[in-house]
Write a protein of this length. Structure first.
Length: 202
């Protein structure tokens, strides 16, 4: 007898079970231990089923984060539209970046702190300037330079300095787990204040 086709509801439930299994495996062993085989075992499905629904491991893992990340992107765009003053806009974007990392620690670790194993290089990388956070900061820097509020210099380089320092401060406790850093929020607040001061024209 031919196999009965799964209903849309059954397919969605299968995706939900697989995504939950992927999240459980990720939380249990970290990114280095995540594999299609481990997720399939956790979900109680075949390896082929995962490929059928998600294409590959990357597609599955990205499906865990796409919703929250898209909401964050929408929030960044809303912040950029709200603040006409470029200095206040950059400060608000930086604070939003920190808040997202604090409120969504597992997603932040999976999306922003994932270290791809050697041999799994991305073939078609997009320029860093096209990342939403970076592009909005670059736009604010250009506006600030036109109004005389922000120091001269390559807007892309200044944006990378801002993004890199912010990301590094957030990532340090995660990537250097053998040391106790305590509450990093006061450090991040000071970093934002210092960064904003450093880019303002005198």
């Amino acid at each position: 007898m031919p196999r009965t086709q799964a209903t849309p509801e059954q397919k969605e439930e299968a995706r939900r079970v697989i995504r939950q299994a992927a999240a459980d495996v990720y939380n249990s062993v970290g990114p280095g231990g995540v594999s299609v085989r481990a997720i399939a075992k956790e979900a109680g499905v075949s390896v082929g089923t995962i490929y059928t629904y998600f294409g590959n491991l990357q597609g599955l893992m990205e499906s865990l984060w796409s919703g929250p990340v898209q909401r964050y992107i929408d929030q960044l765009n809303a912040i950029a539209q709200k603040h006409t003053d470029p200095i206040k806009r950059i400060e608000a974007l930086m604070k939003s970046y920190v808040k997202f990392a604090n409120d969504n620690s597992e997603i932040y670790r999976g999306v922003f702190l994932f270290v791809r194993p050697l041999g799994q290089a991305i073939k078609d990388k997009t320029p860093a300037d096209e990342a939403v956070f970076a592009s909005l900061v670059i736009e604010a820097i250009k506006d600030g330079q036109k109004s005389g509020q922000i120091v001269s210099g390559n807007p892309s380089d200044i944006a990378k300095m801002i993004w890199g320092s912010l990301h590094g401060c957030i990532a340090l406790p995660h990537n250097f787990g053998r040391s106790e850093f305590g509450d990093m929020n006061p450090v991040l607040k000071r970093l934002i204040k210092t960064t904003i001061s450093s880019i303002q024209a005198q």
